[in-house]
Design a protein around this ligand. Structure first.
Ligand code: F6R
Length: 613
């Protein structure tokens, strides 16, 4: 999704903006641009393509200044072209605007502005904003007032930043789209440029190497940032207090280090991520979350989960564990829930599972639940995210930043967190942890090393080579292995572009079996539960000549013997084996994609954080 950056007060704003854009590349984009206000007007350089290409363009343009905006565009209105790239300007070129989100009433505003004589040069919804500001400036308003009046005309979701040639400042606001504000007060007198530098961005990694002091802006906030300071006001102009918070993520967390891809690095980080998710939450045989008091779930009668993509699969996993503990739990695709919500009542808790905390579909589903009086909870990775701020309660998965578009470590951290949450809810509702809790909590403490040995001993690369020339790839599993099968298929299709589908093993014979041939390998995920039935499914596909690759713990000898190949995982608690199997499937996808020379971290058409519905 689109990424916004702004730098104010830096000696060389352009280099800060480009660093920010590079750090936001993971969000997915198809064009990029910058605008700098430098006392000689506003200069805009932008183009369709990659940030590298923008850098080349800038190297021959000698653009400089202390105040600027940057943008990576992920097309929604109009194809990726130079004209549609941001920043967008008004007719006079005195001001420039970048935007993330969707302006729903853009057609009506465009008609109105065209009628007033404005000329549009792009197909974007965004371009109405600079022309609206221009209109209000012509009406006699100052830059700030014109910006506020323009924003008041918009409906939809947006994070917007603006520069004007008459002011050494950036104006910005947000409504339903992420925008964070980085503060580097520059108090080090030894520094070559001891003045303050400020940043605006769609996500903290954009400026993390410059500052870890962040203000999480709220919807409706209008911020004016100049080299000598900033103020934050509400839409009416009344000052609002927003604390400056220090983020715990370090710049190294958002570097690739020695790895070829972020995805590979993040797969490898899973032992640490899982240890962080568990730390302090499972002591002396009791599950406790820092943010939840004892008895917090005593009134819960059922759990509804909403999520998208990989997070949806993690939620399916968590719901299965809740049901196994006697707690009714169902999972809904957030986009469906937002429009066709199921019945719910006072005993329902609505849990949004979202790594980013910014996924528009998930936020819409949570808002729908809230509007109907439901209690809401966010399970997220990002402190200060919209989901964390809007929900009644939040549990953080503590995975650290995830840059690769394909979610990997956050799936594992979500599953671990939801496993703990299932036990925690069960204790409040039933009065005790489940019978399996002691073994489960022991296995959770061993899980980082089990993931470590899965990574160290994996034969996923040779399996990827062996089956690299297949027509399609199928994944099957039962119980907690079902979401793992779905996730294995999603990961493979999104980064390798190969056709892949996941099925509940029992459903094969009700249709998908028609697709199975000797050139469609079937990955059978075994957890130690439902083994006999899984063996039946393996026989069904073997009889049609399909090669079977078991993903199984050593104890599942019968499954391994029935298969042509095995991706082994260590024995663990049956409720956690699926997570280990998923690590093997992540590696399988990664190797399949690299063998095909795919851009693993930035798969085509996809964005890390999907901030439009
Ligand atoms: C797949 C992937 C997506 C996300 C989905 C939800 O690898 O990353 O399917 O899981 O867009 O994102 P979050 O969890 O940020 O709500």
């Amino acid at each position: 999704m689109c990424g916004i950056t702004a730098a104010v007060g830096a000696d060389d704003a352009v280099s800060r903006l480009l660093t920010g854009l590079e750090n936001l590349e993971y969000r997915g984009y198809d064009s990029a641009g910058v605008a700098v206000a430098n006392g000689n007007g506003v200069e805009v350089i932008k183009r369709e393509g990659q940030v590298d290409e923008l850098v080349d363009l800038l190297s021959s343009a000698s653009v400089g200044g202390h105040v600027g905006l940057g943008h990576t565009r992920w097309s929604t209105h109009g194809p990726p072209t130079n004209a549609n790239a941001h920043p967008h300007t008004d007719c006079s070129g005195e001001l420039a605007v970048v935007h993330n989100g969707i302006i729903e009433n853009h057609a009506e505003l465009r008609d109105r502005l065209r009628g007033a004589g404005h000329t549009f040069t792009s197909d974007t919804d965004t371009e109405v904003v600079p022309h609206l500001v221009e209109e209000y400036l012509a009406d006699g308003a100052g830059v700030e007032a014109a910006f506020r009046r323009a924003v008041a005309d918009l409906s939809g979701s947006y994070a917007i930043a603006l520069v004007h040639e008459d002011e050494d400042a950036v104006y910005a606001t947000r409504q339903g789209s992420p925008l964070v504000f980085g503060v580097d007060e520059g108090t080090d007198p030894q520094s070559a440029s001891p003045g303050a530098t400020y940043y605006l961005a769609s996500d903290v990694p954009a400026f993390l190497e410059f500052t870890d002091d962040v203000v999480y802006l709220e919807d409706g906030d209008v911020v004016r940032v100049a080299p000598d300071g900033y103020d934050i006001t509400d839409p009416e102009g009344t000052a609002v207090e927003r604390p400056v918070e220090s983020v715990e993520w370090s710049p190294d967390d958002v570097e690739k280090g020695t790895f070829d891809h972020y995805m590979r690095k993040e797969i490898d980080e899973q032992p640490t991520a899982i240890a962080q998710a568990v730390r302090g939450r499972a002591e002396d045989g009791r599950v406790a979350f820092e943010s939840l008091s004892d008895g917090a779930f005593a009134d819960v009668e059922r759990v509804q989960f909403v999520a998208c993509g990989t997070s949806y699969h993690a939620a399916l996993y968590g719901a299965q564990l809740l049901r196994d503990r006697g707690i009714p739990a169902r999972v809904f695709l957030a986009s469906e829930y937002a429009t066709t919500a199921p019945p719910a009542d006072d005993g329902t808790i609505l849990v949004g599972v979202t790594q980013s905390g910014e996924t528009a579909d998930t936020l819409a589903a949570l808002r729908r639940g809230r509007s109907e009086g439901l209690r809401t909870m966010a399970v997220t990775n990002v402190v200060g995210s919209t989901a964390a701020r809007e929900c009644d309660e939040t549990v953080f998965i503590r995975a650290g930043p995830e840059i690769g578009v394909a979610a990997t470590k956050t799936f594992s951290s979500q599953v671990v967190t939801l496993t703990l949450l299932a036990e925690r809810i069960r204790r409040d509702v039933v009065g005790s942890h489940s019978e399996t809790a002691p073994e489960l909590l022991d296995a959770l403490s061993e899980l980082p090393s089990a993931v470590g040995s899965t990574l160290a001993d994996s034969s996923a690369e040779s399996v990827a080579e062996r089956y690299g020339d297949s027509d399609a790839y199928f994944f099957i599993g039962r119980g907690t292995a079902h979401p793992v099968a779905l996730e294995g298929a999603l990961k493979l299709k999104e980064i390798s572009y190969e056709h892949a589908e996941g099925f509940p093993a029992g459903e094969l014979k009700h249709g998908p079996l028609a697709l199975v041939t000797p050139n469609t390998p079937v990955f059978a995920v075994a957890t130690g539960a439902h083994t006999e039935k899984l063996l039946g499914s393996i026989e069904e596909v073997s009889a049609r000549g399909a090669p079977v690759i078991a993903v199984a713990p050593r104890s599942e000898q019968a499954v391994a013997e029935a298969a042509d190949d095995v991706l082994w995982v260590p024995d663990s608690h049956p409720e956690l084996v699926g997570l280990l199997a998923n690590v093997q499937l992540q590696l399988l996808s990664y190797h399949t994609a690299t063998l095909l020379d795919r851009p693993v971290d930035k798969p085509r058409n996809l964005a890390k954080s999907v901030t439009v519905e």
